[in-house]
Design a protein. Structure first.
Length: 221
């Protein structure tokens, strides 16, 4: 009964591995474990890089630049509008006036009363600038938080992968010294350990790829 149960377990694990690889369920497997991922990224390494110029931060900073420019333009509403005019005229209709002459001058306009419209526009522009500057700080903080969160996931997956590797090595040793290494029970235990190693290794590689993508996204290699 135990052997039958172990045989069923081996078959189930084999099918599970085949489906994970996208192969037919009855494919015979001979697993070759990949070399463990070796990465040397530390929290200290990303601590001073977490506010790199990623697109979100750049976009927030550009919004702040536009808001600052809008505030400057709104302040110019208090400045008079000055225009210079000049020209040249030729005429022969009025004898008392020279037939040709040039002219020039300056025209200035200023709105004396606007019922507080300019003041409201300046206050609104200043408020938009304040919100834009706060958005820049929040975006930078979010970028830093995402990197640290991704690093924590990488560290956790690294530890799980190392534990799975130790378990797999122990199962391999047990199979080698077993009186019957080809028994269904030993095969089932070893297949399960190898599956756990593959899953842990895959999670570690995915966490590493995600962190590298975030670092690249932040303009850091």
């Amino acid at each position: 009964m135990v052997r039958e149960t172990a045989a069923v377990k081996v078959k189930e694990l084999t099918v599970s591995l085949n489906r994970a690889m996208g192969w037919p369920d009855d494919t015979e497997l001979e697993l070759t474990m990949p070399d463990p991922l070796v990465e040397n990224i530390s929290l200290e390494e990303i601590a001073d890089k977490s506010v790199g110029p990623n697109p979100d931060v750049v976009e927030a900073e550009q919004t702040a630049v536009k808001a600052r420019a809008a505030l400057t333009l709104s302040g110019l509403e208090y400045v008079p509008t000055v225009a210079a005019v000049s020209g040249y005229l030729f005429q022969n209709k009025i004898p008392a006036v020279p037939s040709n002459f040039g002219y020039g001058g300056i025209v200035a306009t200023y709105t004396l009363f606007d019922f507080g419209k300019r003041e409201r526009e300046v206050k609104e522009a200043r408020a938009r600038l304040g919100m834009a500057e706060i958005a820049v700080q929040l975006t930078k903080a979010k970028a830093a938080s995402n990197l640290k969160k991704s690093y924590s996931e990488l560290e956790r997956s690294r530890q799980l992968s190392q534990v799975a590797q130790k378990i797999g090595a122990s199962m391999a040793t047990l199979a080698n010294v077993s009186y019957n290494p080809n028994s269904p029970e030993v095969k089932a235990a070893r297949a399960e350990a190898e599956l756990q190693m593959l899953q842990a290794d895959l999670a570690h590689r995915q966490a590493f790829a995600h962190l590298k993508a975030l670092m690249t996204y932040s303009g850091r290699n």
